[in-house]
Design a protein around this ligand. Structure first.
Ligand SMILES: Cc1cc2nc3c(=O)[nH]c(=O)nc-3n(C[C@H](O)[C@H](O)[C@H](O)COP(=O)(O)OP(=O)(O)OC[C@H]3O[C@@H](n4cnc5c(N)ncnc54)[C@H](O)[C@@H]3O)c2cc1C
Length: 208
């Protein structure tokens, strides 16, 4: 859905609205920031999430202030970003970032159906560590009751993508200042076992 509020006012050529681009960014990012207004106070809360088809799921304690605020409904804006590189130009003005980001306008739907709730919790767990859910003891009724799961439609969303090198002014081209891109990515390092449990073998899904 293309609406006025998801149309960037600047550099619209970097904007994308197709599900493929939006979903691929959401599937690679591990965390999102959920923004809303409570009592005229803007709030922006980082949290884990997962996507299934055209929906994004988050979870939290039933006692969480943030979850209780947004489960009542009302406008929510969710953003996600992946930083692919720092773009170093010859002037401060033209420094930039290579990124892939998504902005979503939506409203929370509290997931009441137990099967959908459990499915969402598995999705969130496996989004962070693929194949982890199947390795865990089953979630109990009591744990499920203590957890709220919220779903958000991705119908009103935009992606923005910047790639490439610096765009310097032609008159700066001969300056001897180094320019180019410092690539960036999120990398998983070697897992560290819990103290005293070094004999438990590392599961295949954690072997890099
Ligand atoms: C890692 C990172 C660093 C950035 N650093 C800067 C910076 O230092 N200075 C700066 O001015 N900009 C920066 N940006 C770009 C910034 O996110 C905005 O896109 C930009 O400020 C211009 O937005 P606009 O005025 O066109 O958007 P607006 O007119 O304010 O937004 C209109 C609509 O466009 C869409 N939109 C705008 N930006 C994005 C986005 N990034 N991703 C998805 N949808 C979007 C949203 O749907 C939004 O509601 C950065 C982006 C990222 C991801």
């Amino acid at each position: 859905m293309e609406t006025t509020r998801i149309t960037p006012s600047r550099l619209a050529k970097r904007a994308h609205y197709d599900a493929e681009t939006i979903h691929s960014i959401l599937d690679e990012a591990l965390f999102c920031t959920v923004s809303y207004v409570a009592d005229r106070q803007p709030m922006a809360i980082p949290t884990a999430f997962a996507r299934k088809e055209g929906q994004l799921y988050i979870h939290g304690s039933v006692g969480s202030h943030f979850i209780r605020q947004i489960e009542q409904g009302g406008p929510v804006c969710i953003s996600v970003m992946l930083c692919d590189g720092l773009v170093l130009a010859k002037s401060a003005f033209h420094h930039s970032v290579n990124y892939r980001s998504v902005v979503i306008f939506s409203e929370a739907r509290k997931v009441a159906d137990e099967a959908e709730k459990m499915d969402a919790l598995a999705l969130i767990t496996d989004h962070l560590v693929p194949d982890r859910w199947a390795d865990l003891r089953p979630t109990t009724e009591s744990e499920l009751r203590k957890t709220t799961v919220l779903a958000f439609s991705l119908a009103e969303a935009s992606a923005k993508v910047r790639t490439g090198g610096p765009n310097d002014d032609p008159e700066d081209a001969s300056l001897p200042t180094w320019s180019g891109v410092v690539p960036m990515q999120t990398v998983r390092l070697t897992p560290i076992p819990r103290e005293g449990e070094e004999d438990i073998p590392l599961p295949a899904y954690l072997v890099q």
